[in-house]
Design a binder for this molecule. Structure first.
Ligand code: PLP
Length: 452
């Protein structure tokens, strides 16, 4: 044990000396010391002190098939030996890109038959901004450049992605958002629904889009972008009326619909894509994360026939691309990952088996005196922590403090959950076993008791 704690202390000191972490207050982090994760297998991660912790976040919502799959390592190794790098710029291509595009066209909703590759979800959303504007310009309507997005959305950390995102904390650094992005309300009934029923509030929140269109003018708007379920914003599952009302508003209007499926894609909500779960007929679909289960970085924008007909026709050359888009080894990892999801029927499993099982236990946590709402779709859930159970509008005075305390208890108890404001967020691997689900729920319960 002394040996292990010396090892951890050594890692921490070296990390603090040279590493600036993402989304971290470095002074506070260095005072406390990083958690050093050294190994992972299935649903479990292992830290440098020898603790085994259930990965309730599947890494960062991405390790859909679980950690440490040898099949992926083998596929990567094979591809490395054949072609470790080439790109698909300037009239070239390679077999993994060809096969992956074919597979994605088969798995995605029927309107999607093309994909543009990038290295991450942020790059996918930057691509969306340029692609939407290029699409309308190619149709002789360059004025249609405004993109409507939502408060508290997360679309990435690049200038474009963070501008589409609606995180005030991000906009406050680096001069964001960039021009031409307009934000409207989010369908967050628990936090913002007031006295309305969820169904009433869903319609109300969707009509913010209609109001924005009327104020800005359809002739100036290129697209509306939204996550089917807001993930990093706090697993905000829209009321059942929200997406149908969005569809009504966009019907017969010349505005592209972009469903950011970076989290909700590849089985997370119990269908291949969240768009299917909510009946969303999108024109563009950014994807990443579960595309490769995070084994290697790869993302893309799925392009519907409506858009690809223009890009491939009058659009001409799209002056856009990333050195590591369609990276052959990442594409080979993604292909093997999709094969595993298909062969092991993980999407069906989320819809019919482990999904309903975990949801039932999770909803039961809603009875806890600290929980104002327990919600989950597929394997994506949140527990809203409240100071006064019957009154959901009442918040803790120092927002985020209780959530952070609960998250830290959870980690100590052996389960990774994430804190968003004063809620706990869950998004485990789709391979989670029933036994692991039981352990997860027991730790979540203990964590709530510890926090209460
Ligand atoms: N879009 C959504 C919905 C996301 O949740 C994320 C990341 O969490 C991104 C985009 C950005 O993806 P990346 O971190 O791969 O750039």
């Amino acid at each position: 044990l002394t040996k292990l704690s010396n090892l951890t202390a050594d890692y921490r000191a070296r990390d603090a000396a040279h590493h600036i972490h993402a989304f971290s207050d470095m002074k506070a982090l260095n005072a406390e010391g990083s958690r050093v994760i050294v190994r992972a297998e299935g649903s479990w991660i292992y830290d440098s002190d020898g603790n085994r912790i259930l990965d309730g976040m599947a890494g960062l919502w991405c390790v859909n098939i679980g950690h440490g799959r040898k099949e992926i390592a083998d596929a990567i190794q094979r591809q490395m030996a054949d072609l470790s790098y080439y790109n698909t710029f300037f009239k070239t291509t390679h077999p993994p890109a060809i096969a992956l595009s074919e597979t994605l066209a088969r798995l995605a909703p029927p309107q999607f038959n093309h994909v543009f590759y990038v290295g991450s979800g942020s790059e996918a959303n930057d691509t969306v901004i340029r692609m939407v504007r290029h699409y309308w310009a190619s149709l002789g309507k360059p004025g249609k450049s405004v993109i409507i997005a939502r408060n508290n959305a997360y679309h990435g950390s690049t200038m474009g992605g963070a501008s589409l995102g609606g995180m005030k904390s991000m906009h406050s650094q680096g001069g964001l958002p960039i021009p031409g992005i307009h934000h409207i309300a989010q369908p967050y009934w628990f936090g913002e629904g007031g006295d309305a029923t969820p169904e009433e509030f869903g319609v109300q929140a969707a009509r913010e889009l209609e109001k924005a269109i009327e104020a800005i003018g359809e002739e100036n708007i290129g697209a509306f972008i939204a996550e089917p379920i807001q993930g990093a914003g706090g697993v905000i599952i829209p009321p059942s009326t929200y997406w149908p009302e969005i569809a009504r508003i966009l019907k017969d209007r010349e505005i592209l619909l972009v469903a950011d499926e970076v989290i909700t894609g590849f089985g997370r909500t119990g269908n291949w894509f969240g768009s299917e779960t909510f009946g969303i007929a999108a024109d563009l679909m950014p994807i990443a994360k579960g595309l490769s289960s995070g084994y290697l970085p790869i993302g893309g924008v799925m392009v519907s026939d409506k858009v690809s007909d223009v890009l491939i026709g009058p659009g001409g050359e799209f002056h856009h691309g990333f050195t590591y888009g369609a990276h052959p080894v990442a594409a080979a990892a993604a292909l093997e990952n999709l094969r595993i999801i298909e062969d092991e029927k993980l999407v069906d499993r989320v819809r019919d088996d482990i999904g309903p099982y975990l949801q039932a236990g999770w909803k039961a946590l809603g009875e806890h005196p600290l929980v104002g709402e327990a919600r989950m779709t597929g394997l994506m859930g949140a527990l809203e922590l409240v100071p006064n159970k019957p009154s959901r509008q009442q918040k803790f005075p120092d927002t985020g403090k209780v959530g952070t305390i609960a998250r830290d208890f959870s980690f100590k108890n052996g389960l990774v959950m994430r804190a968003v404001r004063d809620s706990l967020i869950l998004s485990p691997p789709l391979t989670l076993s029933h036994d692991e689900a039981d352990q997860l729920l027991a730790i979540a319960k203990t964590t709530l008791d510890d926090t209460y």
